[in-house]
Design a protein around this ligand. Structure first.
Ligand code: KG4
Ligand code: ZN
Length: 341
């Protein structure tokens, strides 16, 4: 047993429609995490209602923190620092996490640190037993972002390509809505696609016929709308064709990014990395090209507090300076503007 006091980071995620809390221990790793999803609150509106999201974060944050601490059998006084999602995300929702983090840190006289939500996603695979080594290429696929990033080290990010219009998760959600599958659409569409016939329809692979690493997914959603108008009885086949086109487009761009950067490791994270068809495509590509592919476990693909605790832990343990007590957020924030640690 070491006599150095362990450093325990509490992570708070509240950028969109889930309140996530995580606890990262400097020696034991992740020692607790819980999530409250607001899906039931927003589903009747067919999408996230920002004001309802903020109000629910206010109600959930403190009870969830208490519950995570109790499960880990520690108290508030054992916490060494607090990391919270400072952006990007919904301003009101972010403000709740920031206010809770700053007030708690101030009362406990411990430091707090604003974390970039997408850096949280990007580092989530490091919560697993088998971790990727730097440098690597990262594919970040969520409801708000589609990005290929060259990752040299924590905080050293170069965006190689990104979506020029809809994020891929957004395209899944909108296509699901067109097919009448409700919210959130990604998992529902993936489920329906399992019953579809491969090859019944062929959708385009947008922007793969020209050089570059940017994406465009809004055309796929329009393609789905037109197909559905002509063949309303072929929902599952349309879902399948959409999923195959979206995932193979992502795979083609990943292969291209790996070739271009000469990296041998691919890290995939964000909500859409939960998609099994995407994982199959990328694993097959990895096997063929000699690339190691890493993902977070399913529950850490979508938003969670564990990834925020981890990102905060890395930055704090590498000596990143913390800010004062002001309640600050950054709803728009580029990964390239982060400090290297
Ligand atoms: O990372 P995330 O939880 O939130 C953001 O930061 O945006 O990602 C949510 C997105 C949604 O668009 C959701 O439909 C999509 O991830 N998603 C999926 C799957 N699970 C979640 N998309 C396709 N297949 C899935 N299995
Ligand atoms: Zn996210």
């Amino acid at each position: 047993m070491s006599d150095v006091k362990p450093f325990i980071t509490l992570g708070i995620e509240s950028s969109c429609d889930e309140t996530g809390i995580g606890l990262y221990h400097s020696e034991k790793g992740l020692i607790g995490h819980q999530l409250f999803s607001q899906v039931d609150i927003h589903s009747e509106y067919g999408g996230v209602v920002p004001e309802l999201a903020s109000r629910d974060h206010i109600q959930r944050a403190l009870p969830l923190i208490k519950s995570v601490l109790a499960d880990a059998e520690i108290t508030l006084n054992d916490i060494s620092a607090i990391a919270y999602t400072a952006g990007p995300g919904l301003a009101g929702a972010l403000l709740v996490g920031s206010a809770v983090a700053k007030s708690l840190a101030w009362s406990l006289k411990i430091p707090s640190l604003g974390v970039h939500h997408m850096e949280g996603h990007l580092l989530a695979p490091l919560l697993e037993e088998k971790v990727p080594n730097f440098p690597f290429v990262a594919l970040l696929v969520s409801g708000g972002h589609t990005m290929l990033i060259d990752v040299e080290a924590i905080g050293k990010y170069k965006i190689l390509g990104e979506s020029l219009d809809d994020a891929v998760g957004e395209a899944f959600d909108k296509t699901a809505k067109i097919l009448g599958l409700g919210y959130p659409g990604g998992p529902a569409l993936a489920k329906l696609a399992k019953q579809g016939n491969l090859g019944a329809f062929t959708f385009p692979r947008p922007m793969t016929d020209r050089p570059g690493l940017d994406f465009s997914f809004s055309g796929l959603k329009t393609f789905a709308r037109n197909m559905f108008a002509k063949h309303p009885e072929k929902k599952a086949d349309i879902a399948k064709a959409f999923e195959v086109a979206a995932t193979s487009t992502l795979m083609i761009k990943c292969r291209r990014a790996l070739e271009q950067t000469h990296r041998a490791t691919l890290v995939v994270a964000g909500g859409v990395s939960a998609n099994l068809s995407l994982r199959q495509e990328l694993d097959a590509m990895g096997l063929k090209q000699g690339i190691q592919v890493f993902y977070p476990r399913q529950e850490f693909c979508t938003d969670n507090g564990a990834m925020i605790a981890l990102a905060g832990h890395f930055r704090l343990s590498q000596g990143q300076k913390t800010a004062g007590g002001e309640i600050t957020i950054q709803p728009r924030w580029s990964l390239e503007d982060l400090e290297a640690v």
